[in-house]
Design a protein around this ligand. Structure first.
Ligand code: ADP
Length: 323
């Protein structure tokens, strides 16, 4: 393999730049050329390719976001869009593709691979940590620490005013980020898409905390909770209890950007290099991951055919320590 492409797709995540850097420099070290594709699959369809060398990725290891930018590309959902992309890849003599993104991006990569025999390797980049095949995704640790910092600040004011706060954190269908924020931030309760107690049950938990001497409280709500976001949960609690004077904070997009943590940079370095070596070894239609501190490969299909769930013991631990 002489020339490969690299792109970032779907939601951006801190550490994607460190992954691009690892891909570019590993490929260069192995004697291959790299083309960066701008704005994810949109750049593939539009043919926005730029040659990258080791110096194109200088001083990006510490930057959040993605220098290649990212997009959600409608055209790529249709076979015609993917055919245009494949024709352009052939024209540029690109023989393999590294796709940094989440499960949606893997679906696109899989379709391109199956329909046009383009070897694709996925690198898990998403703050949600919702992909099987790796213990952690690039960006998750940074987002967790960012949300945790917000929770810590809120705790100060909650304690000072004897107040209850509902804090909404990201994670569409996955409560992983919310639950770990709750455990690390000492939340009184955590509401996730997977585990949402009925409101009377939540009220009971809050009352038990108050009766045990807690004067303030933090409830972490995952944005995809079936009870709605933090505001909806606060309203429902207020309608059914004496907890009237709560406050709501939506961490929102503040969790997405920022300087990647050391863990995310190290993970990105490792996974970016593994992805290039996987392509060189003739692998295709796989994602790279780290499991029990070993580099592992899994079929791209794993990302959407299996659902990543936190183990029940984590929610039990959250309850146990909130007493
Ligand atoms: P993420 O990779 O973060 O999960 P998305 O779900 O938004 O992000 O997916 C990113 C892009 O991947 C989409 O904009 C689309 O171009 C492509 N994609 C997603 N699902 C499919 C699919 N089923 N077939 C082809 N391409 C897809």
């Amino acid at each position: 393999m002489r020339r490969i492409g690299v792109l970032t797709s779907g939601g951006d995540a801190p550490g994607m730049n460190a992954a691009i850097r690892a891909v570019v420099r590993t490929a260069y070290a192995r004697g291959m050329e790299v083309f960066g594709v701008e704005r994810g699959f949109q750049g593939l369809v539009d043919g926005v390719f730029r040659p990258m060398g080791p110096r194109s990725v200088s001083s990006v290891i510490n930057r959040g976001g993605t220098i290649l930018r990212t997009a959600r590309c409608k055209a790529f959902l249709a076979p015609e869009g993917r055919a245009e992309a494949a024709a352009l890849l052939r024209q540029y003599e690109i023989e393999g593709l590294v796709v940094i993104g989440g499960d949606g991006s893997y679906r696109g990569a899989h379709a391109l691979g199956v329909e046009h025999s383009m070897p694709c390797v996925g690198v898990p980049g998403t703050i949600d940590n919702d992909i099987n095949g790796t213990d952690s995704t690039i960006g998750y640790d940074t987002a967790l620490n960012t949300a945790l910092e917000a929770i810590d600040r809120i705790r100060d004011t909650a304690d000072s005013h004897d107040r209850l706060f509902f804090v909404e954190v990201m994670g569409r269908e996955s409560g992983y980020l919310a639950l770990m924020c709750g455990i690390a931030g000492g939340a009184e309760a955590v509401i996730t898409p997977e585990d949402a107690p009925p409101i009377p049950e939540l009220v009971k938990q809050l009352r038990a905390g108050r009766d045990a001497g807690k004067r303030s409280g933090i409830v972490v709500v995952a944005e995809g909770s079936p009870l709605g976001g933090a505001q909806a949960v606060a309203d429902a609690v207020a309608a059914q209890s004496e907890f009237q004077d709560s406050r709501v904070v939506v961490a929102g997009h503040l969790q997405r950007g920022g300087v990647p943590t050391a863990s995310d940079r190290i993970l990105a370095a490792r996974l970016g290099a593994s992805a290039v070596d996987a392509l060189l070894a003739g692998e295709a239609d796989v994602m790279v991951g780290v499991s029990h501190n070993e580099s592992v490969l899994s079929p791209l299909t794993t990302a959407w055919e299996t659902e990543r769930r936190y183990g029940k013991t984590w929610m039990d631990l959250s309850h146990l320590l909130a007493t």
